[in-house]
Structure formats: structure tokens, C-alpha cells
Design a protein around this ligand. Structure first.
Ligand code: NAD
Ligand code: GLY
Length: 344
């Protein structure tokens, strides 16, 4: 358990039952679970049983997929909450992956100027990344263009949810797992290298160790820089190129896969800018886990697209570059230099 500055986080397998005492410790007037039809089909009954509330409990199911992370779905939830007489002392629980979490967090932060919120992440990506740290958002003429920082009161990370997760979604989350090793912890990176078979087989001990360490790293970064004025940017390693690749593939390529390729591209740029010399090691780990390391997209288009990245505050491309595995720095790099290095 992590009693963080912002949220109380419980991590483990089969810890879902603790949801009832977490809710009681808040004492909300009403509770609403926001989920989607896939997660609902697999897990809602178990969650309702664990919550064990007869009155004042609602469930709102939204469609499955990124295309529902929008203002129409937010409006639908706001309306339902008003109809059901939810107040500022009510609690919203996000039960799902990053889509449900981002959307429910956005709704919770805006309804009545902010009501209680908690996260029960059910994908690997949400357990190690999106469910932690308080970034909320919806897509509006672009991805995550509208959003807030809003911290959950409690986060329950139960690795049991991953039992029903399709393999592709599991792999999607693994890219973010590798990211943590590169940005923060060489020992963790070594652990991943030494446990590829166990990771692929979803070995429970290994999985719990991984999720716990990633959550610790994310919490430490977010607590130091909640609003991403500096340090938090390191969590975007691989994301600048990754976002360009996602956009250029019309979001058909999953985020984690694009980030995996993006980490390779950033690391190649780093060979010249920071003297990074462990590109082969990163490539081997990503490949061994089954993640992509290159793209057939036109390099110039990918690089051009990076100027639209949210970090390009003053129009220049800002890249998180590794100096060595376990340590990264933030750099402004000219697009012509990026292109020249990537073409080598
Ligand atoms: P997702 O929420 O779409 O979930 C992926 C798929 O898995 C969906 O089809 C979902 O229904 C299904 N699913 C979820 N849990 C399941 C389970 N236990 N068993 C079976 N199926 C399950 O995608 P995601 O990868 O979790 O999240 C992606 C979103 O997260 C994007 O919108 C991205 O912008 C956002 N994100 C936010 C942050 C942040 O800090 N807030 C960070 C990274 C990504
Ligand atoms: N996923 C990046 C962040 O939370 O800052």
C-alpha cells in the first residue's frame, strides 16, 4: 500500500474487496461506477458484490473504445448524475482502462466543480500509467486536448483484472513498463530482461512486482511535479514520436506499440545528442517482449508531426532522451537534426 501525497494506492492480487472500506472511509452521499460494456461483462458483478451497498449505488456504462472519450459521453454522464441527484459529496469510480479512467476523471473534476473520484484500473496500461497521477481528459479535435489534473482519493490496483485482458492489450501496457526502466531504474530494466518468459506468461509474482515498481516510480515523479512543469515530462519518453505515429496511422496502431517505436527513435537521436550507447539492449528487450521497434511510415512526416506535440510549447520539438538506461534528460532538438540522425 502506498499512502501518497495525493492518493492512497493499494496494489496486489485479489484486493478488490477493500473497495468497500475505502468507500466507507470517504462517506459519500452516493456512488456511481463508470465502466464500459466489456469490463462490465467481465467484472461488474464482482465489483458490485465487493462494494456491498444496497442504496445510492449507480452504474453508467459507456461504449468501448477511444472514440467514446469525448464531450458527448461526458455530457451523457453529467446528465445522468443530475437526474440521479448526485451532489458534490458523491463519489465516481472509474472501472476500466485508460479511456474510462480519463473520461470519468474529467467528469468527476467538472461535475459540481469536482466530486470525489477513485480509480480501479483494469488494463496493464491503466495500472502502471493512466490510472495513477491525476491526468484526466477527453478528445476534442485532437487527442486529450481538453482535460484537468484531478487526483483520485484512492486507487485499487488488482492484478486479477489482467486475467481477462486480451494479449494485445497486455503488450500495449508492457511498452510503458519498459519505459520506466529506461527513464528511472536500470535494475528494474535488468529485471525485465531476466524475466521475459515469466512476463509473457503473466507469472503472478513477476507481474505484481512489475506493477508495484512502476506505480512507485510514477507516484514519485507525479508527487515531485504534478503539473508537468519539469520532471514529469520524463514520463513522455518515446511519446513525442509515438504520438506522431499514432496520428499518422489514424490511431489504428495502439498507443503502447507506437510508444515502443517512439522509444527506439528517441534513443537513436540520443546516440548523437547525449552519447547514449545502449540502443541494442533496448531493441532486444522490446523485440523479445513482442513489441515493434520500427515503422514503415515516412520519417519526415513523423518528425514534422512532432512540432504539434503538447510539449512543443514554443514550437520546437522537445525530446526525452536517454543518457544511459536508467537516466534521461529533456532536450530541445531541431527537426533537421532529428531527421539527419534518424536517417543514418
Ligand atoms: P482502453 O481503456 O481502451 O482499454 C483497452 C481495451 O481493453 C478496451 O477494449 C477495454 O474495454 C478492454 N478492457 C479493459 N479492461 C479489461 C479487462 N480487465 N479484461 C478485458 N478487457 C478489458 O485502453 P487503455 O490502453 O487502457 O488506455 C488508453 C487510454 O489511456 C487512451 O485514451 C490514452 O490517452 C489514455 N492515457 C492516459 C494517461 C493518463 O495519464 N491519464 C496515460 C496514458 C494513456
Ligand atoms: N502518462 C504521462 C503522465 O501521466 O504524465
Amino acid at each position: 500500500m502506498i499512502k501518497g501525497k495525493f492518493s492512497k494506492i493499494t496494489i496486489g492480487r485479489g484486493i478488490l474487496d477493500q473497495i468497500s472500506s475505502e468507500i466507507r472511509s470517504i462517506g459519500p452521499s452516493k456512488v456511481c461506477i463508470i465502466t464500459n460494456r466489456i469490463v462490465s461483462k467481465n467484472w461488474l458483478d464482482k465489483v458490485l458484490e465487493a462494494i456491498h451497498l444496497n442504496n445510492g449505488l449507480e452504474t453508467i456504462e459507456i461504449g468501448d473504445g477511444e472514440r467514446y472519450k469525448n464531450i458527448t459521453t461526458a455530457t451523457y454522464i453529467w446528465r445522468r448524475l443530475l437526474e440521479k441527484k448526485f451532489t458534490r459529496k458523491s463519489l465516481l469510480i472509474a472501472l476500466g482502462g485508460g479511456v474510462v479512467g480519463d473520461l470519468a476523471g474529467f467528469v468527476a473534476s467538472t461535475f459540481m466543480r469536482g466530486i470525489y473520484f477513485s480509480q480501479v484500473p483494469t488494463t496493464l496500461l491503466a495500472q502502471v500509467d493512466s490510472g495513477i497521477g491525476g491526468k484526466t481528459g477527453i478528445n476534442f479535435k485532437g487527442k486529450n486536448t481538453i482535460g484537468t489534473f484531478y487526483q483520485p482519493k484512492f486507487i485499487l490496483v488488482d492484478t486479477q483484472f489482467l486475467d481477462t485482458l486480451p494479449n494485445l492489450e497486455y503488450l500495449n501496457g508492457l511498452a510503458e513498463v519498459v519505459k520506466y526502466g529506461v527513464i528511472r531504474d536500470v535494475e528494474f530494466f535488468k529485471f525485465l530482461e531476466n524475466n521475459v518468459g515469466e512476463i509473457k506468461a503473466k507469472d503472478q509474482l513477476v507481474l505484481q512486482k512489475i506493477v508495484k515498481r512502476c506505480v512507485e516510480m510514477k507516484v514519485s515523479v507525479v508527487e515531485a511535479d504534478e503539473r508537468e512543469t519539469g520532471l514529469r515530462m520524463i514520463l513522455n519518453f518515446g511519446h513525442t514520436f509515438g504520438h506522431s505515429i499514432e496520428k499518422l496511422t489514424n490511431y489504428r496502431l495502439r498507443h503502447g506499440f507506437a510508444v515502443s517505436i517512439g522509444m527506439m527513435m528517441a534513443s537513436k537521436v540520443a546516440t548523437e545528442i547525449t552519447g547514449f550507447h545502449q540502443l541494442d539492449r533496448l531493441e532486444s528487450l522490446l523485440k523479445n517482449l513482442g513489441l515493434p521497434t520500427s515503422t514503415k511510415l515516412d520519417l519526415e512526416s513523423v518528425v514534422k508531426e512532432t512540432s504539434k506535440d503538447k510539449k512543443a510549447w514554443y514550437g520546437k520539438t522537445v525530446l526525452v532522451l536517454p543518457e544511459r538506461i536508467g537516466k534521461v534528460t529533456i532536450n530541445e532538438v531541431e527537426q533537421k537534426d532529428i531527421l539527419r540522425i534518424l536517417r543514418k
